[in-house]
Design a protein around this ligand. Structure first.
Ligand code: TA6
Length: 305
């Protein structure tokens, strides 16, 4: 079954030039993946969740952390890479029985376009259309809304999520690029750019606090920073990852630390020492209401130095 789908996808969307390839392949859990390679980077994307699992610029280690204990099952989000939280962030505001972080990360997305922008950059565009998706989605979220996700893969990574409201009523969404960065060693890592910013501290009942100095992680951190539009940088001994975003005024920083990680079951024993989530979001008071016929775009660029 998947072989047929993969062949069809390759016929329509594969790229095969001297320095650029993009192809669909079979993968664990019967969930197809896309392998991308160009002169500047290689990447791996799962069709479930349009989930970027790996992004490796030439000469670098993977920028994304992916748990050794991640499971690849239909309907289950992968621990690591870049899960897309959409159309809500965290727990659903009213119905707590709905999946945390929405459903976009656990359903199949449609590929609508691929293009080698140059020998150095490859673009792929996904779509999730709630009007034509399955009944389970409309039961959870009965809105005529679609979202397009564009990834440009090169020595930097550009991600854009565009939500279009096709209905004749306003719709409110929350969302995030829930990016797991491969930081090497948490004790040598700091997050700069959030100094003096207010945050909601989830482990402390969402009490509002102020970040003092660069953020260092020495225990559980789960913070929604508010009013953050400027660049944020993750610095460790070997590199600086600069995060520049648009359409977002909230930034989430998360590391479960040892005890929470152990209970999660799919973080691996040492995962919490190697990862840090820094998420460009529309969360807390930064959720967005999209008027009838309107759209909202959230985008981010990750650069390395
Ligand atoms: O973004 C931080 C967060 O919302 C945390 O509170 C934590 O639970 C994490 O995401 C992981 O959520 P998940 O549903 O993927 O286990």
């Amino acid at each position: 079954m998947n072989t047929l789908i993969i062949n069809q996808l390759n016929q329509r969307f594969s790229i095969n030039t001297k320095n650029t390839t993009l192809q669909f392949v079979e993968a664990e859990g019967d969930i197809p993946r896309i392998e991308i390679k160009n002169k500047n980077a290689k990447a791996l994307i799962s069709l479930q969740g349009a989930h970027l699992l790996s992004w490796v610029p030439v000469g670098m280690s993977d920028v994304l952390w992916l748990s050794e204990q991640a499971s690849y099952k239909q309907g289950k989000s992968v621990r690591g890479g870049i899960p897309i939280c959409w159309p809500w962030f965290g727990a659903h505001e009213i119905n707590k029985s709905l999946p945390a972080h929405g459903f976009a990360r656990t359903v199949m997305w449609q590929v609508i376009k691929t293009e080698a922008l140059s020998e150095n950059e490859t673009m792929i565009v996904f779509r999730l259309d709630c009007r034509s998706q399955n009944q389970a989605i409309s039961n959870m979220w009965p809105y005529a809304v679609s979202v397009e996700y564009t990834l440009v893969i090169g020595d930097s990574l550009i991600l854009t999520l565009t939500t279009q409201n096709h209905s004749d009523e306003a719709v409110t969404i929350g969302q995030a690029f829930h990016t797991y960065f491969n930081i090497g060693d948490i004790k040598d890592t700091q997050v700069c750019g959030l100094e003096n910013k207010a945050y909601l501290d989830k482990p402390d009942n969402f009490n509002q606090k102020i970040q003092s100095g660069p953020l260092l992680v020495t225990n559980e951190v789960d913070r929604v920073f508010i009013n953050t539009e400027d660049d944020v940088a993750i610095k460790n001994k070997s590199r600086i990852i600069t995060i520049s975003k648009q359409g977002s005024r909230s930034t989430v920083v998360w590391n479960p630390w040892k005890d929470v990680a152990r209970k999660m079951g799919d973080m691996g024993e040492h995962g919490y020492q190697q990862m840090l989530c820094v998420e460009s979001a529309n969360a807390a008071d930064d959720i967005r209401t999209i008027e009838a016929g309107g759209s909202h775009q959230l985008s981010v660029i990750y650069r390395l130095s």
